[in-house]
Design a protein around this ligand. Structure first.
Ligand code: SAH
Ligand code: SF4
Ligand code: F3S
Length: 433
């Protein structure tokens, strides 16, 4: 079971690779001999989901004492958490740096029938290649780098994922080539801050170079990436996105706040003017770009005026999509010890107001697509109505439309018929590939 971000989705594929090599196969929870929870600690709510699941598993374990529960991912890497987890009914606790040890830990747990805890504090060398089981499909995640050096003051990720380190471009290209040969049409390159890709490698290479190289891989149709830090998004990178035909017109760039005071206290290392100028530059160079962002409300010390600065930026920049969060205290981070914490009611109120503005912008954007013809990569049946299909435009907008299952995995053209706040509907006009 996977919680959290794309990094964890990718790590779970690697975990599946390791345990399938041991002879395990994916089955329903009720019949499982081994359950692996790959956890997230980015916000309190993410951890709570895991505690809820552990409660459920406790009942199942009573009925099936031989079942092994392993808990890995970001939670064990946070201060004090291992002690808490030891008190729960967990057989194995492992961290983000020692996923490759899981097979050994499972054997140990089977033999000793005692809880096994192994959480490395620091990363070891990058392991290449790693086993992995990806669900056969259309789109795949590929890591380009691990860790983060930015230490935004609210964020636990630099602690749970360690220092930034980049994979060799050859290893990345080999993996992408293999995926393209298996029929994947789209890949998403993953890193906490892809703009600093290549730092620390002997070879002089940056993310723009990498995009140019990945673009050469034949069979591949689309390239996406996540995420970019606004402080060091280079002109070279913007040019690469504009120039390379496979790189999609979508950039996820987190603003977090529109207030200079809050940005500084978040240790984001840019100002609102810098951010505004950056988005203007991007929109000018790549006119049909779709911008998505992350925003936190209620960071310690955020006043009503600071929050209004955020709303003002949202209205100016008109992000097509925004992921909005209430600030959540993370033990061990710098912001956790700030005194002027914002109360929950205020946070809730600001989140509601922000979402109201953002939903209106999303509605206007989706409406503006009506009548246009979009290239869509068909991903599969729609989650809300399995008789319909779903896929994404190059701008990463999800479209729902009728069509046969034979279209799955193909690039088609879809005429957009209706744009609502949370969904967009269309009609396929022709299959192109
Ligand atoms: N590396 C990515 C972000 C990864 S975390 C980037 O910088 O773009 C995803 C998002 O979770 C962050 O952008 C932030 O908006 C949010 N987040 C992180 N820590 C948080 C916290 N303590 N409380 C609330 N939201 C948080
Ligand atoms: Fe967290 Fe900041 Fe690193 Fe993103 S860049 S993972 S928000 S510390
Ligand atoms: Fe990702 Fe959550 Fe860890 S967002 S990096 S799984 S803390």
């Amino acid at each position: 079971m996977t919680y959290g971000c794309q990094m964890n989705v990718r790590d779970s594929e690697i975990i599946a690779g390791f345990v399938e090599d041991m002879g395990y196969q994916a089955v329903d929870l009720e019949t499982a001999d081994l359950v692996v929870l790959n956890t997230c600690s980015v916000r309190h709510s993410a951890e709570n989901k895991v505690f809820g699941k552990l409660g459920e598993l406790k009942h199942l374990k009573k009925k099936k004492p031989a079942m092994i529960v392993a808990l890995g991912g970001c939670m064990p890497q946070t201060p004090g958490m291992v002690e808490r987890l030891k008190k729960m009914d967990v057989d194995i606790v492992f961290g983000t740096f020692n996923i490759h040890e899981l097979p050994r830990l499972i054997e140990e747990a089977q033999e000793s029938r005692k809880p096994v805890v192994r959480v490395w504090e620091k990363h070891g060398p990058i392991i290449e290649p790693l086993p992995s089981i990806r669900n056969a499909g259309v789109s795949a995640f590929v890591n380009v780098m691990y860790g983060c050096n930015n230490f935004c003051s609210y964020c636990i990720v630099p602690y749970t994922r360690g220092r930034e380190r980049s994979r060799h471009p050859e290893a990345i290209i080999n993996e992408v080539e293999a995926l393209a040969a298996q029929g994947y049409k789209e890949i998403t390159l993953l890193g906490q801050n892809v703009n600093s890709y290549g730092r620390g490698l002997q070879e002089k290479v940056d993310f723009a170079d990498l995009l140019h190289r990945v673009n050469q891989v034949s069979g591949l149709e689309r390239i996406r990436f996540m995420t970019s830090h606004p402080k060091d998004m280079s002109q070279r990178l913007i040019d690469a996105i504009a120039e390379e035909n496979k790189v999609c017109e979508h950039i996820h760039v987190a603003m977090q706040s529109g207030s200079n005071k809050v940005l500084q206290r978040m240790n984001r290392a840019y100002t609102r003017d810098h951010f505004l100028a950056l988005t203007e530059k991007i929109r000018q160079r790549i006119p049909d770009i779709v911008l998505s962002t992350d925003i936190i409300v209620g960071f310690p010390g955020e006043t009503e005026a600071d929050f209004l600065d955020t709303l003002d930026m949202v209205e100016k920049i008109r992000f097509e999509t925004a992921f909005t969060f209430m600030y959540s205290v993370r033990e061990g981070t710098r912001a956790a010890s700030l005194e002027d914490q914002v109360d929950l009611e205020t946070k809730k109120n600001r989140l509601l107001r922000l979402n109201k503005v953002q939903y209106q912008l999303a509605y206007q954007f989706n409406k503006s697509l009506e009548g246009t013809i979009q290239e869509v990569l068909v991903e599969g049946p729609s989650k809300t109505d399995p008789d319909l299909l779903t896929g994404r435009t190059r701008g990463n907008t999800i479209v729902i439309f009728p069509g046969g299952k034979d279209l799955i995995g193909r690039l088609i053209h879809v005429r957009i018929t209706e744009g609502k706040t949370f969904s967009i509907f269309g009609e396929p006009i022709q299959a192109t590939g």
